[in-house]
Design a protein around this ligand. Structure first.
Ligand SMILES: Nc1nc2c(ncn2[C@@H]2O[C@H](COP(=O)(O)OP(=O)(O)OP(=O)(O)O)[C@@H](O)[C@H]2O)c(=O)[nH]1
Ligand SMILES: [Mg+2]
Length: 417
């Protein structure tokens, strides 16, 4: 249990009935207001200058039963504390200048990360790598602004301040750098959502059998009768260290059955929305190959031949597996991992949509500055566009924010962080 605020140490000492020295674990019996023991544990205090929130913090470590914890919580409330809102510790850390906004968001992303590469990317953001990139770009914008605004203020000596060609070169270089950050941040944004992997193919090729294999349990009905699956089936699983939503669909064919036709319609919709598609066919029935709709832009499509146990000679034109015998599944998972990394790259940063929008806004403002500079040479307009570019970047790290944005960000944290 974590308590933060100016009274934290008083509360911690009252509960543990011991004096708490900063950054030192103290063995204590936590007691209620009658002096009756609640739990036996460890207490530690942090001074405001060296705590997570930037305020005095006390942490009580007990045995963790929900009953014991609620008694401990009750005691804290009696002593004047109140329940924290979700994300409030991180919000206070931000308000006290311990974290910038990108770092605070990275805390939530690290907790929610669905793969090792996402966790690594979130940690990089938490340690400030993304913020440093943004701050560096902002400093470059500021340097150009200073030069331009100085030459507005001292118009007579403008020549002395302004090297027109130099400004253009620097603006172009900045634009390219923003572009690079956008593309690195975009791949992080795609992965942070988690991947949707859809199994697509003709009836009876083994889609449901493959889903069951990949999740490791008999989730979907499998039968020799074509047209078994009708509803869309979703199952969360981990493939190659990545959180994946696996989707099983009805077999694609034209049919007179109204129910099955609805299933096929839903299958096509799910296939269109997939990040990764596994186009499955049956080795013993070559006619099941090629029933798949064309790929959507940016979609990863992996063609897989199932039931390779039924044919003597292997078709090497695509990956072969046997869902029934469990053969080839390791290769399939490696192929998925390889293609996802080729398509999205290992994300450098786990950028959020909010960051991307601000980066794009900054890029537009820079393009505007460049246009004004080339066409009219009206320095006021160039300066104005640069001011806008700066504001967009400042929003990312939280130098300028609104109440609404803050509550939106911290509301999505879990309790106690
Ligand atoms: N020999 C062999 N049979 C398989 C294999 N995979 C699936 N089957 C069989 O093929 C039949 C159809 O499997 P399903 O998994 O239900 O196929 P489906 O693609 O989900 O079929 P629909 O839901 O009807 O579209 C079942 O009898 C499975 O046992 C395989 O690798 N080898
Ligand atoms: Mg099925």
């Amino acid at each position: 249990m974590r308590v933060s605020g100016s009274d934290a140490v008083r509360i911690g000492e009252a509960i543990s009935r011991r004096k708490l020295s900063p950054r030192q674990l103290t063995r204590a019996t936590f007691c209620d207001n009658q002096g009756e023991p609640i739990d036996d544990g460890l207490a530690v205090a942090f001074r405001a200058s060296a705590s997570y929130t930037g305020e005095d913090v006390v942490e009580l470590q007990g045995h963790g039963s929900p009953v014991v914890l609620s008694m401990l919580l009750e005691r804290c409330l009696e002593l004047g504390a109140r329940m924290a809102r979700p994300g409030e510790f991180s919000e206070r850390a931000y308000l006290n200048g311990k974290l910038d906004l990108v770092q605070a968001e990275a805390v939530a992303d690290l907790i929610a990360s669905g793969s090792k590469s996402m966790a690594r990317a979130a940690l990089r953001s938490l340690k400030g790598e993304f913020s440093r990139r943004i701050t560096k770009l902002d400093e470059e914008i500021k340097a150009i602004r200073v030069q331009i605004e100085a030459s507005i203020d001292f118009a007579d000596e403008a020549e002395a301040f302004l090297d027109a060609e130099g400004v253009e070169v620097r603006l172009r270089a900045l634009e390219a750098k923003i572009e690079a950050v956008i593309s690195e941040a975009t791949c992080g944004a795609a992965l942070s959502k988690g991947l949707r992997l859809v199994l697509a193919g003709a009836p009876n090729v083994g889609k449901s059998s493959l889903l069951n294999r990949l999740v490791g349990l008999e989730r979907a009905i499998v039968s020799a009768e074509p047209g078994t699956t009708r509803d869309i089936l979703n199952e969360q699983t981990l493939i190659a260290g990545q959180q994946v939503e696996l989707v099983d669909t009805a077999g694609l064919r034209s049919t007179l059955s109204e129910v099955e036709a609805e299933g096929v319609k839903r299958a096509r919709a799910a296939i269109a929305e997939a990040d990764v598609r596994i186009d499955l066919w049956d080795a013993s029935r070559p006619e099941t190959r090629g029933v798949w709709p064309p790929a959507e832009a940016g979609q990863i499509v992996i063609e897989v031949m199932n039931k390779q146990d039924l044919v003597a000679t292997k078709d090497t034109s695509c990956l072969g597996i046997s869902a029934k015998e469990g053969a080839g599944l390791g290769e399939l998972s490696r192929e998925i991992e390889r293609q996802v990394i080729v398509a999205h790259g290992e994300p450098t940063f786990l950028a959020r949509t909010r960051h991307l929008e601000a980066l794009k806004h900054c890029r537009e403002a820079l393009a505007m500055a460049l246009r004004e500079h080339q066409s009219s040479n009206a320095l006021e307009l160039v300066a104005e566009a640069l001011r806008e570019a700066h504001t967009a970047l400042a929003e990312i790290v939280g130098l300028t924010t609104t109440e609404d944005l803050l509550s939106e960000i911290f509301r999505n944290f879990c309790l106690g962080k």
